[in-house]
Write a protein that binds this ligand. Structure first.
Ligand SMILES: Cc1cc2nc3c(=O)[nH]c(=O)nc-3n(C[C@H](O)[C@H](O)[C@H](O)COP(=O)(O)OP(=O)(O)OC[C@H]3O[C@@H](n4cnc5c(N)ncnc54)[C@H](O)[C@@H]3O)c2cc1C
Length: 412
C-alpha cells in the first residue's frame, strides 16, 4: 500500500486524541501519523517523565516493530547491558545466580529512555499537551467532545486511552478500576539511589518470607535502582500521597536485614518513587464507541511478566494499522485490533500470572526451600534455557500484518 493510497483513503476519523505519553501513547502517535492521521497526545505529568525502571523486549516480533519504526538502533544504543544478578544471603554473600536473560530479556532499556526516544521520534509532527488531563468524553454521531482540566474543550474523532494501569480514559468511558484490575497479591516499589555497592551492570536480591528487596545498577553504574516486592492483600491508600506510600513500604520492610535499612533511609531523598500493586487488566473489549484502550490501560500483563512494554509497542502498531486498513472507520478498525491482538494478549498475560509465585519467598518453609534450591541450581539446569525460550516464544506469538510495508520509515 502506498503513502498516497493511505492519504487518499483516510477520509474519516483523522483527528485522534491519545491520553498518556509514556510508551503506548507516543508509539501510537508515531504509527497514526505515518498512516496519515493527526494525533494529539495529552499527558498528566508536567513534562516527559524521564528515569524509571528497566523494561525489556524479547523475540522477533518486538524487534520487527522497533525496526519498522526506525528506532531499533536508538534503543540498542541506550540498552542497559545488564549481566547476571545475584541472590544473596543476609551477609551479602552470593548464594545463587540468576541469568540475565530471565529478567532483562533480549534488549533492556530504562522506561524513561525509551519514552524519550519515542517522544523525539514524534514531537515534530504531533501536538503534545503536558500537565493536563481529560475530564469528560461525550460522544455523538460524528465525534467526541472532550473537556480538559486546563485546556479549552475540543472536538476529536476518536480517543485512545494509553494512560496506564489506572487509566483515566478507562474510568471515564468503561468504568472504575475495580471492574478491570486483577491484583496478583503483591506490591512493588522502586526508586533511584546511589550505587553505593559499586555494582557493575549487575544487581543483588535478598528474600525473606513474603518479601524481596533488591538493588541493581543503572545508567552505566552511575546510579542504582532499589526494588521492593511484598505480598499483601489489596491495600487502600491515596495514590497521589507519596509520603503515605513510603510509610507503607517502610513498615512492610521494618526489621528486614541485608542492605534494607540503608535503602529505606535513601528513600527520603530519592528523585523518583513508584509504588503500586502488581496487577493485570482484563476487559472483554478494548473499545466502546469512539473510545479505545491501548497498552497497560487495556491489557497490563503485570510488571513481573516482562511483556508490558512489548505489548504496548505491538498494540500501537496493530491499532494504527487496523484503523488505516479500515480507511479510518473506527468500528472496523477497533474490531480488527481486538481480533488481531486477543490471543497474543491472552498468552502474554498467562505468562505473567505464574511469575508472582516465584517473586517473593513463600511463608511455607518447604516451598521456600524448594524455590531456593531451584535458584541455586538455575545456572546448571536445562529448564533455564527452556524458560527463556518459552517467554520469547510467547512474545513472538503474533503474525504482524505489513499494513504499510511500502512506506519508508519516517521520524515522526
Ligand atoms: C517496576 C516495573 C518494572 C517493569 N519491568 C518491565 C519489564 O521488564 N519489561 C516490560 O516489558 N515491562 C515492564 N514493566 C511494565 C511496563 O512499564 C509497562 O507495561 C509499559 O510501560 C506500558 O506502557 P503504557 O504506555 O501502556 O503505560 P505507562 O507506562 O503506565 O504510561 C501511562 C502514561 O499515562 C500517563 N497518565 C496517567 N494518567 C493520566 C491522565 N489522567 N491524563 C493523561 N496522562 C495520564 C502517565 O503519566 C504515563 O505517562 C515494568 C513496570 C514496572 C512498574
Amino acid at each position: 500500500m502506498s503513502a498516497a493510497g493511505h492519504a487518499r483513503r483516510m477520509t474519516t476519523n483523522t483527528n485522534i486524541l491519545i491520553s498518556g505519553a509514556s510508551i503506548a501513547g507516543p508509539a501510537l502517535a508515531y504509527w497514526l501519523r505515518r498512516h496519515g492521521f493527526t494525533p494529539t497526545v495529552v499527558e498528566r505529568a508536567p513534562a516527559l517523565r524521564d528515569g524509571g525502571y528497566a523494561v525489556d523486549f524479547r523475540g522477533d516480533v518486538h524487534f520487527t516493530v522497533l525496526r519498522r519504526m526506525g528506532i531499533l538502533a536508538d534503543v540498542e544504543r541506550q540498552r542497559t547491558h545488564m549481566g547476571d544478578m545475584a541472590h544473596v544471603n543476609a551477609a551479602g554473600k552470593k548464594v545463587a545466580t540468576i541469568p540475565s536473560g530471565m529478567f532483562s530479556g533480549d534488549l533492556e532499556i530504562l522506561r524513561g529512555d525509551l519514552a524519550r526516544i519515542l517522544y523525539d521520534a514524534t514531537k515534530d509532527h504531533t501536538e503534545y499537551l503536558f500537565d493536563d488531563s481529560i475530564t469528560a468524553i461525550t460522544e455523538d454521531a460524528d465525534g467526541v467532545e472532550v473537556t480538559f482540566e486546563r485546556a479549552a474543550p475540543r472536538r476529536f474523532d476518536l480517543v485512545v486511552g494509553a494512560d496506564g494501569l489506572h487509566s483515566n480514559v478507562r474510568a471515564l468511558a468503561f468504568g472504575p478500576d475495580r471492574d478491570f484490575i486483577e491484583d496478583l497479591g503483591l506490591h512493588l516499589a522502586i526508586f533511584t539511589v546511589d550505587n553505593h555497592l559499586g555494582l557493575d551492570h549487575t544487581g543483588m536480591m535478598y528474600g525473606v518470607p513474603g518479601k524481596t528487596v533488591g538493588v541493581y545498577s543503572a545508567r552505566n553504574n552511575t546510579e542504582a535502582k532499589a526494588l521492593f516486592h511484598f505480598g499483601s492483600p489489596p491495600l487502600t491508600y491515596d495514590r497521589r500521597d507519596v509520603q503515605q506510600q513510603k510509610k507503607i513500604l517502610a513498615e512492610a520492610f521494618d526489621g528486614v536485614g541485608w542492605e534494607t535499612p540503608r535503602l529505606l533511609a535513601a528513600m527520603g531523598d530519592a528523585p523518583d518513587f513508584y509504588f503500586d500493586s502488581i496487577s493485570q487488566v482484563h476487559l472483554d473489549t478494548w473499545s466502546r464507541g469512539r473510545v479505545a484502550l491501548l497498552g497497560d490501560a487495556a491489557y497490563s500483563p503485570s510488571p513481573l511478566s516482562g511483556m508490558g512494554t512489548g505489548l504496548a509497542i505491538v498494540g500501537a502498531y496493530v491499532l494504527a494499522g487496523e484503523l488505516a486498513a479500515a480507511g479510518g472507520d473506527h468500528r472496523a478498525g477497533f474490531a480488527g485490533y481486538q481480533e488481531a491482538m486477543r490471543d497474543y494478549v491472552a498468552g502474554c498475560q498467562k505468562a505473567g500470572q505464574g511469575v508472582a509465585k516465584w517473586t517473593v519467598p513463600p511463608e511455607n518453609r518447604f516451598l521456600a526451600w524448594f524455590i531456593n534450591q531451584n535458584y541455586r541450581l538455575l545456572p546448571y539446569i536445562p529448564w533455564k534455557g527452556v524458560f527463556i525460550k518459552s517467554i520469547r516464544k510467547t512474545a513472538s506469538a503474533i503474525t504482524l500484518k505489513p499494513y504499510d510495508q511500502d512506506l519508508p520509515a519516517t521520524r515522526g
